[in-house]
Write a protein that binds this ligand. Structure first.
Ligand SMILES: Nc1ncnc2c1ncn2[C@@H]1O[C@H](COP(=O)(O)OP(=O)(O)OP(=O)(O)O)[C@@H](O)[C@H]1O
Ligand SMILES: N[C@@H](CCO)C(=O)O
Length: 326
């Protein structure tokens, strides 16, 4: 379970004095999530999420993440709204960690997303991209193509232990991406980690997006590629074309991909598969046994990289090309 930092009711009640959210009734740690410590709070005014930011989140990035949630919520996107302290600040400190309180979103994430969920996700992703269009802050994506080699350098010695030949395969892919990455495509605010566990549904209706802690300014179509990887592959690692079609239709219904973005979907999908393979591989090799971090299998993403290498056009992901803008 991911509650790295324990808090007690006395410190918490003291911390809450800086907020206008009523009296603390109860709180409990949330097991899910790997990056930060999250608590569910019940106060006399409602339910909230308290996050204590652990060491993998740079506190200098918090104004971007929290400012973005406030901006998106203000534009009608269903995402957590940061609660300000009485002083006006949205960032406090608890148990020696930067801490923030956000509103609680109803719903649950889908362990087995359906075609309908994929359509709704596509719509919501495009809605977020449009709503982020006038967000004034910028944050570089540390986990885009320039960030991959340093990450790789810290894992490559162990790669062939995970799968013989993975070292050579990854080196070749990295060199390919460094020479061919389509950096000219439209940029904007992207979520960058919109996996099913970060999207809540109430029945078949999407009720909210959470976990903006990888959000950054990068290629909008890269976010689509992340979602194709995270939502449209089955447990047996096969690509589900019906889900891909639904996700891309949902996206295009709000923000049609340009012809250039569509043509780049194969390289973006392959690159985003490498990105998640690399972070998973790093954790796989470097997380001590018994740690709270749940290690995710890098091989799932090696298989996706191999799948995308065979793809020639976005039509193979289900994109209806005749509808693309020039
Ligand atoms: N605003 C919210 N409303 C309701 N539940 C929330 C909210 N924010 C977080 N949660 C709950 O806390 C869990 C962990 O949150 P989150 O995904 O942000 O954590 P994290 O540590 O950044 O994890 P990771 O990056 O691994 O997804 C979620 O799965 C959800 O159950
Ligand atoms: N979504 C990431 C982990 C958390 O960001 C993965 O599945 O590798």
């Amino acid at each position: 379970m991911a509650v790295y930092t324990d808090i007690n009711e006395i410190d918490l009640a003291h911390f809450l004095k800086d907020y206008d959210i009523g009296e603390l009734l109860s709180y409990k740690g949330i097991a899910e999530g790997v990056e930060n410590s999250n608590y569910l709070l019940h106060t006399s005014t409602g339910s909230y999420i308290l996050t204590l930011y652990e060491k993998r989140v740079n506190s200098n990035d918090l104004p971007f993440f929290l400012g973005l949630m406030r901006h998106l919520a203000g534009k009608g996107i269903s995402c957590p709204l940061p609660v300000n302290q009485k002083s006006g600040s949205s960032i406090g400190e608890l148990a020696g960690r930067p801490a923030a309180i956000v509103t609680f979103l109803e719903g649950m994430w889908m362990r087995r997303p359906t075609v309908q969920h994929c359509y709704a996700l596509g719509e919501a992703l495009a809605g977020m991209h449009v709503a982020g269009g006038d967000f004034p802050m910028r944050r570089r994506n540390a986990l885009s193509v320039e960030g991959w080699r340093p990450l790789w350098d810290n894992s490559k010695a162990g790669a062939d232990r995970v799968e013989p030949g993975l070292g050579k395969e990854t080196e070749e892919d990295l060199a390919f991406f460094e020479a061919n990455w389509p950096s000219h495509l439209p940029h904007g605010v992207i979520h960058a980690d919109l996996f099913p566990d970060n999207v809540f549904f109430l029945g078949s209706k999407l009720s909210g997006l959470i976990d903006f802690y990888f959000a950054c300014t990068d290629l909008l179509a890269y976010d689509v590629a992340v979602c194709l990887n995270a939502w449209c592959f089955e447990k047996d690692h096969s690509f589900n074309l019906t889900k891909g079609t639904a996700l891309l239709r949902g996206y295009n219904s709000i923000r049609p991909l340009s012809a250039d973005e569509a043509a780049s979907l194969p390289i973006l999908s392959r690159g985003s598969a490498l990105r998640f393979m690399l972070t998973r591989l790093y954790d796989w090799l470097n997380t001590p046994e018994g740690s709270l971090v749940v290690k995710k299998d890098p091989m799932e993403y090696v298989r996706r990289m191999r799948f995308h290498r065979q793809i020639k056009s976005a039509e193979e992901y289900g994109l209806a090309l005749e509808g693309q803008k020039a």
